[in-house]
Design a protein around this ligand. Structure first.
Ligand code: PEP
Ligand code: MN
Length: 362
């Protein structure tokens, strides 16, 4: 291995472990000038650890720009030589993995439209066998943690040691505030299942628009993500793909400056003592809530028995409406949102129904 290549591997290692890890760059590599100018301007901000650029673009609909292809890879190489910033590219086929590695791409990522397809993920994984390169895996476009986990497993089985996760949101039908709904609870669950695995947020593809990027990035940082991957273009409105969500390198730097970076912990005894006290309080309250829920379910079962004896339906829509109305009114006074009350009572109600179902049909 050449000395410069060894040095680059060291830089990539250092960046991979840096917190927060910031990856930025255009949705797509378009021209050599654009790639190089982006790299230079991102480098100038002093805030970007790696540069991303799509070379092969899996577009939902045909007819839009599908990426410049392998001819863009030398541009990235040149950009890296000029700035020293490692580069990351999306790969979706074995051939793309080979081409990217031939041109010394430092980090590969698996896109959301690839993570959904085990055949494609396996093909990428097979091409990665025996290769020492970090791989980032985006969540699948649909809210399915098993597919995401499956992709991680396939890549890990191919012998890749450094695997990171990118949360880019989940697609849904109809217009929402987001291009891809964040569904934070799924990301939190994925993070819980993979302790210690690099976990970064992609606010660009969640938002699909510039004006709420910072808000979403802040939310991710508040949830203890390890870093961000953000699309940045030298002339965002003229970008060949994802124009609405890209920001200039300078705007990106301003955004990163305004984010309130959090730490996971501090070495203060006073802080820990106060937290311990409040956490005990929470544990105590949670125990009480569970006791009460247990008692409530016992009463539900008694009602079930009664319904059975009198051959009455389990669901009583009027009664269910009355419960909800009462709960909303009470919840409002207690500062509990309607959304939360709905979710909570749905869960409680379904559990009651399941129990009564067992009783009525036993
Ligand atoms: C991208 O990063 O430009 C991209 C295509 O993203 P995703 O796979 O998240 O849609
Ligand atoms: Mn994009």
């Amino acid at each position: 291995m050449q000395a410069t290549e060894t040095k680059m591997k060291e830089i990539v290692q250092e960046k991979w472990n840096k917190r927060p890890l910031i990856i930025a760059g255009p949705c797509s590599a378009e021209t050599e000038e654009q790639v190089v100018e982006t790299a230079v301007r991102l480098h100038k901000t002093g805030k970007v650890d790696m540069m991303r650029a799509g070379i092969w673009k899996p577009r939902t609909r045909p007819g839009s720009f599908e990426g410049i292809g392998a001819k863009g890879l030398p541009w990235l190489q040149r950009a890296k030589k000029l700035t020293g910033i490692p580069v990351a590219v999306e790969v979706a086929t074995g051939k793309q993995v080979e081409d990217a590695l031939t041109f010394e791409v430092d980090v590969l990522w698996v896109g959301a439209r690839t993570t959904v397809n085990p055949f494609s993920v396996q093909e990428v994984a097979d091409a990665l066998r025996g290769v020492d390169v970090p791989v980032l895996i985006k969540n699948p476009i649909n809210p399915d943690l098993e597919l995401w986990t499956g992709a991680v497993e396939r890549v890990a089985k191919a012998g890749i040691k450094q695997i990171g996760l990118i949360h880019r949101g989940f697609s849904s039908y109809g217009n929402t505030e987001y291009r891809n709904a964040p569904m934070w609870h799924l990301a939190i669950e994925m993070k819980r299942r993979n302790p210690g695995m690099l976990f970064i947020n992609d606010p660009s593809h969640i938002c699909g628009r510039r004006d709420i990027l910072q808000e979403v990035a802040q939310e991710a940082i508040d949830l203890d993500y390890d870093g961000l991957i953000i699309e940045s273009h030298i002339d965002p409105d003229k970008a060949w793909s994802d124009a609405k969500q890209q920001v200039t390198p300078e705007r990106l730097a301003e955004m990163l400056d305004s984010i309130r970076w959090r730490k996971e912990d501090i070495a203060s005894e006073e802080y820990h003592a106060a937290m311990e006290k409040m956490r005990q309080q929470i544990n105590h309250l949670d125990d009480e809530l569970m006791q009460i829920l247990g008692t409530r379910m016992k009463v539900s079962e008694k009602i079930g028995q009664y319904k059975k004896e009198n051959n009455i339906t389990i669901l009583q829509t009027n009664r269910w409406n009355a419960i909800l109305e009462r709960a909303y009114a009470k919840g409002e006074k207690l500062g509990l949102s309607k959304e939360f009350i709905t979710k909570y009572f749905d869960a409680v109600h379904m559990e009651s129904i399941n129990r009564q179902n067992k009783i009525l049909n036993s």
